[in-house]
Design a protein around this ligand. Structure first.
Ligand SMILES: *[C@@H]1O[C@H](CO)[C@@H](O)[C@H](O)[C@H]1NC(C)=O
Ligand SMILES: *[C@@H]1O[C@H](CO)[C@@H](O)[C@H](O)[C@H]1NC(C)=O
Ligand SMILES: [Zn+2]
Length: 476
């Protein structure tokens, strides 16, 4: 290094260094393995220590599929239901075991670990320019009762393996790379989905609501958190909030949970937007009575009111004019629930989603109008119409979409742009960071059941695209 470089601005020096390494990388031949070549061209670091043993180091660049598969199996054994199903509920013993397992793997990958008061876990690989905002990736490992072993898991174990892939390639990140293990993406225990990422995104309403939140056994959120070793000496959750811009990018790897990639034989889904979920609870109250004795003109059947509203939900969704609008009545309870008793009360829970928030909100408004209309037709009361959550959709960041597409192309993997109709922690991370998501195919699109499956080849493809995308964003 010449004396002149000592007086150069740091950024210029780095550019120069990258340039020098790029030149030296090109001189090392690597035509055999396209993955190795891409990683090498991109990272600017040779992947082989010396040309004599290049085949050995080339193969080490590829994803360690055996270890990754073994880790997926081992993680799935931390379950409260028998294999092949997985049940892992927030702050349960099995959740705590899964957390220690992930922390151990993060340590082995050389990451420095930090946890916040609700148990979001961060594993960081310090970049050589650590004053810059870092690049994050991650997902969740909690699992709803009797679900599968890939949902979320692929984005956590896969992220750790992506870091290993980059390390083996000789890559050094400029921006720090950080893996996030999100607390409670699933709403199972406290009825709140994406609890960890909502808090990271700075949700004040959630931070205060959690002070009074209990599970179905009347165990408070904080009691549960403490039993898992979190929130030891504080009930203030604002420490979890991330400042906007804390990360320059967030990318999540996830199974598609839908059939498109598998049906079309495409390796990688580049997510352009995440649909916005909303959920509504509705209660009707009529008069019950004997199923034989009360004549039809005298009835105010709360069950039929619910049935009419359920059909109205379908009609409003279909009339939205877009295939992206969906609506589901997943819960319909009748009271007292006896064959010979006219329902006096009914309860519906409606889920509606769209990538266009205005269109979805119009549907919600029409559902409300229909609920009011039904009360008149059926002479019942609308005792509750509660919009439980009404989250905005999130669009992926253009430059992250480009990085994911470029990575797929450079790795010679087929890809397509697509929408995520399920929501993920990324939906909330998008509030504080530019966001992108990488989908991989899964068997028949199955998810949230034991039959959920993704092949290790597909997972490895996702890990490579993630690794290369992180590398690009880290230098960007
Ligand atoms: C739940 O626990 C709180 C505080 O321990 C107690 O005051 C309340 O009565 C309990 N509620 C039920 C339904 O058991
Ligand atoms: C890229 O994929 C195509 C189609 O699968 C294949 O024919 C080609 O050999 C691949 N190229 C490289 C460099 O791997
Ligand atoms: Zn998930």
């Amino acid at each position: 290094m010449t004396l002149a470089t000592l007086y150069m601005p740091k950024s210029l020096l780095i550019v120069l260094l990258i340039f020098v390494f790029t030149i030296s990388a090109i001189s090392v031949s690597n035509d055999g393995d396209p993955v190795a070549k891409t990683m090498e061209d991109f990272s600017g670091y040779p992947t082989s220590e010396s040309e004599s043993c290049s085949s050995g180091s080339l193969s080490s660049l590829s994803v360690d599929t055996q270890s990754l598969q073994r880790q997926i199996e081992e993680l799935s054994s931390f379950s409260d239901s028998p294999a092949p199903s997985v049940t892992r509920i927030l702050y349960s013993k099995k959740d705590v075991l899964a957390r220690s397992y992930i922390k151990k793997l993060m340590q082995l990958a050389g990451l420095s670990i930090r946890e916040d008061v609700v148990g979001n876990i961060f594993g960081k690989w310090e970049g050589f320019n650590s004053e810059l905002a870092g690049v994050a990736t991650g997902s969740h490992v909690d699992a709803i009762p009797y679900s599968g072993k890939y949902d979320g898991v692929v984005g956590v174990l896969g992220a750790i393996e992506a870091i290993n892939v980059l390390r083996r390639s000789g890559f050094r990140p400029e921006r720090s790379l950080e893996i996030i293990f999100f607390t409670s993406e699933e709403p199972t225990r406290f009825g709140i989905s994406c609890l960890g990422s909502r808090l990271l995104a700075g949700s004040e309403p959630l931070a205060s609501a959690l002070k009074n939140t209990v599970d179905s056994h009347n165990i408070s959120f904080f009691e549960a958190a403490r039993s898992a070793g979190y929130a030891q000496d504080q009930d203030d959750l604002t420490s979890v909030f991330l400042k906007k811009g804390f990360y320059s990018a967030f990318v999540e790897l996830h199974i598609e949970q839908g059939p498109i990639l598998e049906e079309e034989g495409i390796s990688i889904g580049v997510v352009t937007a995440i649909a916005a979920p909303a959920s509504i609870k509705v209660d009707f109250e009529g008069n019950g009575g004997h199923a034989g004795a009360v004549l039809m003109p005298q009835r105010n059947d709360a069950g039929l009111a619910a049935a009419e509203l359920a059909l109205a939900v379908e009609q409003h969704v279909l009339e939205s004019g877009s295939i992206d609008t969906v609506g589901t009545v997943g819960i319909l309870d009748l009271h007292p629930g006896a064959i010979n008793s006219i329902p006096s009360k009914s309860h519906l829970e409606i889920d509606t989603r769209d990538i266009d928030e205005t269109r979805r909100n119009n549907v919600i408004e029409k559902i409300h109008q229909s609920a009011v209309k039904v009360t008149k037709n059926r002479k019942v009361q609308l005792s509750e119409f509660k919009i439980v959550n009404q989250d905005p959709p999130a669009a992926s960041d253009e430059s992250i979409i480009k990085a994911m597409e470029d990575a797929s192309k450079e790795l010679n993997l087929t890809h397509k742009l697509m929408i995520s109709r399920a929501y993920h922690d990324s939906l909330f991370m998008a509030r504080v960071s530019p966001m992108g998501m990488i989908f991989i195919p899964c068997y028949k699109g199955y998810s949230h059941k034991p039959e959920e499956f993704a092949s290790i080849e597909d997972i490895a493809n996702g890990v490579k695209v993630l690794a290369l995308t992180l590398a690009k964003l880290s230098l960007g």
